[in-house]
Design a protein around this ligand. Structure first.
Ligand SMILES: Nc1ncnc2c1ncn2[C@@H]1O[C@H](COP(=O)(O)OP(=O)(O)OP(=O)(O)O)[C@@H](O)[C@H]1O
Ligand SMILES: O=P(O)(O)OC[C@@]1(O)O[C@H](CO)[C@@H](O)[C@@H]1O
Length: 304
């Protein structure tokens, strides 16, 4: 079974404003609401691909009800802990540029955390757990590392998609997959990366620090995958970007969908790119068909 964890789910409120002007009243010409948060997006991609999975996390209030009920309505399995405050609303503003305002999220109590750990007891050998998204300010910054400690020796493969110290600290536990984008890699090593050679150089450092598979996503330029077998470059399909929110999560979802079907890392990488790009080219998270339609446009080459 694949589990995803979203510590701080959101309603993603996508609005389109023709010419956004700071300091003025702006009116939308399009708006939509989706259940969001990185782990939830991974779950939605997996669900669209027909892969059974369960979304874990903390939701609360009327916003939490929306998130939970819209997932349940489509048949996606959830097992959320209910907290007292309201889940956040993240604004995704499309105008000439894409801008985002992500909320703080509700407080999570010690009791809520305890209830969450008892859910982790259900995970067994062969399960996959995706830890994706930022850590809300009311939680211990070490929570992702603590989850690795808690599950140590159980044979659960853990995927990490977060940033900063919380990310770096998990590497020594040997995460199955990590997916920094090129900017996150620069921040991590406090460098400016100017070439594919340098991307590979820093990606290999992440591998040396403990990750088993490192995917460096490069938006419209595709991605690199680095593991013990080699270095692989994927091209991204060409298309019109409608909403790139969740493209990175979709890469992870598409990767895990194919990995759970075939166990083939290179095919999984290709499937990840297809889902990432299909999400960027649609308003919502990519469907299976939208992802598969992009397959012919993607090439994976080994970088020697
Ligand atoms: N403009 C684009 N054209 C084609 N594919 C894209 C584009 N933007 C993103 N993608 C696809 O999505 C994947 C992930 O994108 P990106 O590197 O932007 O991840 P990210 O920074 O984690 O994204 P986000 O935070 O928006 O979810 C890319 O590897 C690519 O396959
Ligand atoms: O605030 P975080 O946890 O870093 O990111 C949250 C978020 O921006 O990530 C997803 C896209 O990747 C959105 O669905 C969601 O709003």
């Amino acid at each position: 079974m694949i589990y995803t964890l979203t510590l701080n789910p959101s309603i993603d409120y996508i609005v389109n404003v023709e010419k956004f002007t700071i300091g003025s009243v702006n009116r939308t010409n399009f708006e939509e609401k989706y259940p969001g948060g990185k782990g939830i997006n991974v779950s939605r991609v997996l669900f669209n691909q027909g892969i059974a999975n369960r979304a874990l996390g903390f939701v609360g209030g009327f916003t939490g009800d929306f998130i939970e009920s819209s997932l349940k309505k489509i048949g996606l399995e959830t097992d959320f802990i209910h907290v007292n405050g309201d889940s956040r609303i993240n604004i995704k503003l499309k105008s000439d540029d894409e801008s985002e305002i992500n909320g703080l999220g509700p407080e999570i109590s010690q009791e809520n955390i305890k209830a969450f750990y008892s859910k982790l007891d259900e995970l067994n050998d062969g399960d996959i757990l995706v830890l994706a998204g930022s850590i809300p300010s009311t939680l211990d910054k070490e929570i992702y590392s603590q989850i690795f400690e808690y599950l140590k020796g159980k044979g659960v493969k853990i995927v990490v998609d977060t940033t900063g110290k919380a990310f770096i600290d998990t590497l020594k536990y040997g995460p199955f997959l990590v997916k920094p984008n090129n900017h996150e890699l620069e921040e991590m090593f406090n460098v400016k990366i100017n070439s594919q050679e340098e991307l590979i150089q820093y990606g290999k450092k992440v591998l040396d620090m403990g990750a088993q598979n490192v995917i460096i996503s490069l938006a419209g330029e595709g991605a690199l995958m680095i593991n013990k077998d080699g270095v692989y470059r994927a091209t991204a399909p060409k298309g019109t970007v409608k909403n790139s929110v969740g493209a990175g999560d979709s890469l992870i979802g598409g990767f895990l969908a194919e990995y759970s079907r075939s166990g083939d890392l290179q095919q999984a990488f290709k499937s990840g790119i297809a889902s990432g790009s299909a999400t960027a080219f649609s308003l919502d998270i990519a469907t299976k068909e939208e992802s598969e339609n992009l397959y012919p446009q993607i090439t994976i080459t080994e970088v020697k």
